[in-house]
Design a protein around this ligand. Structure first.
Ligand code: 2HA
Ligand code: ZN
Length: 270
């Protein structure tokens, strides 16, 4: 059997968690990351019929039964993932209509998956309905997006339009815009359900005064989505207190739609 640490999904996961830490998006145990794995790639590295232990999930997600996920651990620091992946990450397979997860590898100190497991799994289920290629859910605490939720209107259209106006390529990267949740208690099924609902119409969901969720087909795409939104928020925070004498107009945003063959979220442009 192939060494699991040399599997491409593991290498990519470790690199991404490390990049996220280095960006300052994941202080202490902040943030969490999950990726849907193919059964075949899992079987190349371990025997799924021999679970280490079984962990209750606290929710039901029948559509995810039998699916495999590589997930960061609760209380674990992204900073440390590269040094001890077998402690900070785990591979689970959901069973019993999603109510339980067999641990197949990892969390070697007796730990378990992230406290945001409900938000991750419910978001996976929602995104898979929209696009069967979506495999990654990423949560982190980028400073400028967070800062923006204290000073900007939280209306989704207004928030999205501001981000689109901050860098020319934003509308190309996330034409569906960003959805926004008000402050909610994290780690609960309620915030998981609310996030998944928002994931039906956009791959980015801001958690006010907390952070952001991103979804995508792979780790690169998802990282890039959050990176682009965070760059736009950074520019906003640099200029928000200054008189704005120029902007990217709606007419220019329409030109970008044409040039890149994308469609902005219905009703978001004049
Ligand atoms: O502690 O980011 O939302 C990890 C988190 C919770
Ligand atoms: Zn968080």
């Amino acid at each position: 059997m192939k060494n699991i640490l040399s599997a491409s999904f593991m290498i990519e996961m470790i690199r991404t968690a490390t990049n996220m830490y280095n960006r300052g998006w994941d202080e202490r145990n902040g943030g969490n990351l999950s990726m849907l794995l193919e059964e075949q790639e899992v079987r190349e590295t371990l025997n799924p019929e021999k679970p280490v232990r079984t962990i209750p999930t606290g929710f039901t997600a029948p559509e995810l039964e039998g699916k495999y996920f590589l997930v960061t651990g609760t209380g674990k620091y992204f900073k440390n993932v590269q040094y001890a992946p077998e402690v900070n990450l785990g591979i689970v397979r959901l069973k019993d209509r999603g109510r339980q997860a067999d641990l197949l590898w990892g969390y070697e100190d007796g730990g378990q998956f992230t406290s945001e497991f409900p938000a991750h799994m419910m978001s996976h289920a929602a995104r898979l309905q929209v696009n069967a290629e979506n495999r990654v859910i990423m949560h982190c605490h980028p400073a400028n997006l967070l800062a923006m939720t204290f000073v900007h209107d939280l209306d989704e259209k207004a928030f999205t339009r501001t981000l689109w106006q901050m860098c020319t390529e934003c509308i190309v990267v996330f034409p569906e815009g960003v959805n926004v949740l008000p402050w909610m208690l994290c780690g609960t099924n309620e915030i998981g359900e609310a996030t998944a609902e928002k994931m039906r119409t956009a791959r980015l969901v801001v958690w006010s005064h907390h952070g952001i969720y991103g979804a995508g087909k792979d780790l690169d795409e998802t990282f890039g989505l959050i990176e682009t939104a965070e760059k736009a928020a950074e520019i906003y925070m640099k200029i928000a207190h200054l008189p704005r004498i120029n902007t990217i107009t709606d007419a220019q945003l329409h030109l970008l739609e044409k040039r890149f063959g994308i469609r902005a979220r219905e009703g978001y442009l004049d």
